[in-house]
Design a protein around this ligand. Structure first.
Ligand code: ADP
Ligand code: MG
Length: 151
């Protein structure tokens, strides 16, 4: 399995990568985001939203697990942090199989419910503004996507 590691030195660089990725996305694409609090998962998601020309501000919902935004494609933004320790199924499949693209923060907490094929992205906090962004494509679609990204 391939693995691509990119260094980001500020939030705009992280958003720029996400924006480039967003322009290549198709309905039913799934991106999972891992990384500690403050690693940049929501920042990355904001970049995806910009790339999809979503006008509303994407934020970290405190009580909402799933938010839907309208853009070039619908964006389903899941932050499943609050599901830790529960095996609640909120009907995620309907999103994965919907008309839009799904991005999941803290995805490992719903591991059992995730599609096998997906683009797994991990953000690691290296220094104040420095992050390592690791992309691991799972499945042909996502291998192709990473190639298109020119990584
Ligand atoms: P998470 O969703 O992983 O908890 P956020 O995206 O909400 O993280 O927060 C990341 C914070 O780190 C933001 O305040 C952002 O401005 C800051 N930051 C600093 N450098 C970077 C970088 N290179 N990439 C992403 N975020 C960064
Ligand atoms: Mg977040």
């Amino acid at each position: 399995m391939s693995k691509y590691i990119i260094t980001s030195t500020n939030p705009s660089e992280t958003m720029e990568l996400a924006k480039r990725l967003a322009r290549l996305l198709k309905p039913q694409d799934v991106i999972t985001l891992e990384g500690d609090l403050g690693a940049g998962k929501t920042t990355f998601t904001k970049g995806l939203a910009e790339g999809l020309h979503i006008k509303k501000t994407v934020n970290s919902p405190t009580f909402t697990i799933i938010k839907e935004y309208k853009g070039d494609l619908p964006l389903y933004h899941m932050d499943v942090y609050r599901l830790e320790g529960s095996d609640e199924d909120l009907g995620f499949d309907e999103y994965f199989e919907g008309d839009g693209v799904t991005v999941v923060e803290w995805a490992h907490l719903i591991e059992d419910q995730l599609p096998n094929d997906r683009l797994m992205i991990r953000l690691t906090h290296e220094a104040e503004d420095k992050r390592l962004i690791t992309l691991e494509p799972n499945g042909n679609r996502y291998e192709e996507l990473c190639k298109e990204l020119g990584l």
